[in-house]
Design a protein around this ligand. Structure first.
Ligand SMILES: NC(=O)c1ccc[n+]([C@@H]2O[C@H](COP(=O)([O-])OP(=O)(O)OC[C@H]3O[C@@H](n4cnc5c(N)ncnc54)[C@H](OP(=O)(O)O)[C@@H]3O)[C@@H](O)[C@H]2O)c1
Length: 328
C-alpha cells in the first residue's frame, strides 16, 4: 500500500492561493537517496519566481522551459530544508536513520512537504545539535549565493563592498560574509532596516528611498546588486579601478553585456546562476555554529499556512528569510 504525506502543491502558475495542501504519495528513496522528515523549510524569492513565473526580464521563455511550459512539472516548491533522516537507500553509507541534516535541493525543489527525498551525494550535510532546524534551513539559499558570488568576484580583506538590497535573504548573507572576510560594508536598505544592518556589521547604511548611492562620490571595490536596479551603466562611476559588479539579479541584456564589459574595461561584471556546492553548505554550517553567520529570520509560519508564507515573500519586503515549520 502506498504511504501518504501532506505536501504543498501548486498545479498552475499564479498567486500564493494556487498553493494548497494535498495528500500525496510519500517519496520512496532509491539506492543512493535518503528520505528526510522535514522539520523546517523556507519560502524563498525563487519559490515566488517559479510559482508565479516572474522571471527577470528576458528569461520568461527559459523559465517555462525549465519549470514546465503550461503547468509546473514539479508541483512541490521549496529548495532548502532541515530535518531527520528516516530511510536510507542500500548504497548510502554517509548518512544513517536518525541523522539530523540540512539540505539544498536547488532547482529540484520538493522541500514543501512532510517528507523529501534527497540524493546522499547532493548538497546535504549533517546538522549539528547546536543549530536549530529553523536556522539550519535558512542557511543554503542566501548563504551559498553569497559565497559563490564573492568567490567569483574575488572578495578580499579591506575591500569596500556595497550591497544593494542588503536586508533580503541574499543581501543579509552577503553583509555578514563580507564583514567576516574583513571587508568594509555599505548596506543599501530602507530606514526600517538600518539598525538590523548595523547589527550584522555594516559600517555604513544608505537609505535607498532618500539617497542614490550611484550618485555619491564614494567608490567601491565590489558592488553586489540583489534588487535588479544597479546595472553597469548606473554604477560604473562609483566602481573603483578593477572594481567588480556582482549582478545576483541580472536581466538577459545585462548578462549578455557582461563579457563585453569584461573585455573592454578594467571592471568585471559577474552574473549567472549560483553554483550549488556541498562544501559551501558545510562552510555555512560551520560559520553558523561559531556565530560568524546567523541567517536573518523574517517570520515563521506553520506548514498548514504555507500559502500565507508565500504571500509574505510576494510583498518583496521581507527582512531575511521566511520559515515554514512542521509540528512534531
Ligand atoms: N543568481 C542567482 O543564482 C540567484 C540566487 C538567489 C537569488 N537570486 C535573486 O536575487 C534576488 C534577491 O533575492 P532575495 O531572496 O534576497 O530577495 P528578498 O529577500 O525577497 O528581498 C527583499 C528585500 O529587498 C529589499 N528591497 C526591495 N527593494 C529595494 C530597493 N530598491 N533597494 C534596496 N533594497 C530593496 C527589501 O527591503 P525594504 O522592505 O526595506 O524595501 C527587502 O528586505 C531575487 O530576485 C532572486 O531571484 C539570484
Amino acid at each position: 500500500m502506498t504511504s501518504l504525506m501532506k505536501a504543498a502543491v501548486y498545479r498552475q502558475y499564479g498567486p500564493p492561493s494556487v498553493v494548497r495542501l494535498e495528500e500525496c504519495p510519500k517519496p520512496v528513496p532509491g539506492a543512493n537517496d535518503v528520505l528526510i522528515r522535514v522539520r523546517a523549510a523556507t519560502v524563498t524569492s525563487a519559490d515566488w519566481r517559479i510559482r508565479s513565473l516572474s522571471m527577470p526580464h528576458g528569461f520568461g521563455a527559459a523559465g517555462r522551459l525549465a519549470f514546465g511550459m503550461n503547468a509546473p512539472r514539479q508541483p512541490v516548491l521549496g529548495s532548502e530544508l532541515a530535518g531527520d533522516v528516516v530511510e536510507v537507500g542500500a548504497g548510502v553509507h554517509t548518512f544513517t536513520v536518525g541523522d539530523a541534516v540540512v539540505a539544498f535541493t536547488g532547482a529540484k525543489l520538493g522541500a514543501h512537504a512532510e517528507y523529501c527525498r534527497v540524493r546522499a551525494d547532493g548538497v546535504m550535510v549533517h546538522k549539528p545539535s547546536a543549530l536549530s532546524y529553523e536556522t539550519a534551513a535558512a542557511l543554503p539559499f542566501g548563504g551559498t549565493t553569497a559565497l559563490d558570488f564573492f568567490r567569483r568576484g574575488v572578495l578580499r580583506a579591506g575591500d569596500r563592498v556595497l550591497i544593494n538590497g542588503a536586508s533580503g535573504t541574499v543581501g543579509s548573507a552577503m553583509v555578514q560574509i563580507a564583514v567576516q572576510a574583513g571587508a568594509e560594508v555599505t548596506a543599501v536598505c530602507s530606514s526600517a532596516n538600518t539598525e538590523a544592518m548595523q547589527q550584522l556589521g555594516a559600517a555604513r547604511t544608505i537609505d535607498y528611498t532618500r539617497v542614490d548611492f550611484a550618485a555619491g562620490g564614494q567608490q567601491y571595490d565590489i558592488i553586489a546588486d540583489t534588487v535588479g536596479n544597479a546595472p553597469y551603466s548606473r554604477v560604473r562611476p562609483v566602481l573603483a579601478a578593477r572594481g567588480r559588479l556582482l549582478l545576483v539579479l541580472a536581466t538577459l541584456p545585462e548578462m549578455l553585456r557582461a563579457p563585453w564589459v569584461n573585455i573592454t574595461s578594467a571592471h568585471r561584471v559577474v552574473a549567472g546562476p549560483t553554483a550549488e556546492r556541498v562544501d559551501d553548505l558545510q562552510t555555512l554550517v560551520d560559520m553558523a555554529v561559531d556565530g560568524r553567520f546567523t541567517p536573518l529570520i523574517d517570520s515563521r509560519f506553520p506548514f498548514s499556512e504555507v500559502a500565507a508564507a508565500h504571500a509574505r515573500v510576494d510583498t518583496g519586503r521581507k527582512r531575511g528569510t521566511v520559515i515554514v515549520t512542521h509540528a512534531m
